[in-house]
Design a protein around this ligand. Sequence first.
Ligand code: KG4
Ligand code: ZN
Length: 342
Amino acid sequence: MTTSKTILAIESSCDETAVCIMKNYQVLSHQIYSQIKEHQKFHGVVPQLASSLHMQHLRPLIEKSLIESSCTLQDIDAFAATTGPGLINSLMIGTIYAKMFAGFLNKPFIGINHLEAHVLSPMISNSEIQLPYLILLISGGHSQFVIAKDIGKYEILGTTRDDAVGECFDKVAKLLNLDYPGGPEIEKIAKLGDENRFEFPIALKDNSCDMSFSGIKTFVLNLIKKHEQNLEEVKFDIAASFQKGISDNLSYKLNLAIKKYLSLGYKNPQFVIAGGVAANKYLVEKLKNTALQNNFFTHTPPIHLCTDNGIMVAFAATKYYEKAKFSDLNFPNKSKWPLDTL
Ligand code: KG4
Ligand code: ZN
């Protein structure tokens, strides 16, 4: 065991550039630049634009975080960066900075898996959450039920066979002429609609913990075609019914995931929802109820820790630092990096 010290961590896997300096789990500084506005006009993340914005913003964010934390680069004990999964050119920018600092200052480098950072994020603000737990990771790129056994040890119980939940929210929002990212926009207008007006099917009514969301998106597309003439009026009901449909699908699979988790001998009745979509209060409330019916308690990180941020990367890096698990300077960036291959 190594005593945890001061970590500088960088997140640049998608459309958030973030830097966190963390000392013994205390955030000394967190600087984040969200590129959302820049990508909004394209209704999605443009990879080339993302990497050039990371390039433009990362250095000033590092400088700000050093000033805010009253640290010099020499005070940092290890440099960490998200090394995957994500947009390869974006990942590379954060990684190059962290590796250069580590190499020149002869300090350890720690490559962090973005999904693991999300999976561990509920523990940042709630010390009562103990591993192992069952987690539903729902973001723009991933949707999976995972057993978080220990740092670096994960078992995937089920995953999406097509779109991720966040991707589905984003695509449906685009169909409804809403802004990117679609999740918060749909949640907002769904509050004004009737969730029972349209009944969405359970897409994968089987015994697996796998999920499917592309059919749900097609279901919306058909509703839109049918109501083309009065879409502006019907879109609130579509958004509300869609959100309920997603929550029914996730609840159906949560029941199965809990059964599977228990059948594998895990007893800790803790269910965690993490990733950007966990910012959706409606979904979380519905899943909380389903978990409670199975006598499971639900935890979600606060919203600023659900969406991409540097704190979760610094937190995961601190866990690795404590185990003295460091990465080589030639540790690769990976656009795909499943949690069960760490
Ligand atoms: O974890 P995240 O910030 O980035 C990825 O690693 O993908 O997740 C972004 C995703 C987007 O698809 C966005 O639409 C979705 O999370 N999201 C939401 C909400 N806030 C963000 N989805 C539904 N409801 C929300 N309130
Ligand atoms: Zn993420």
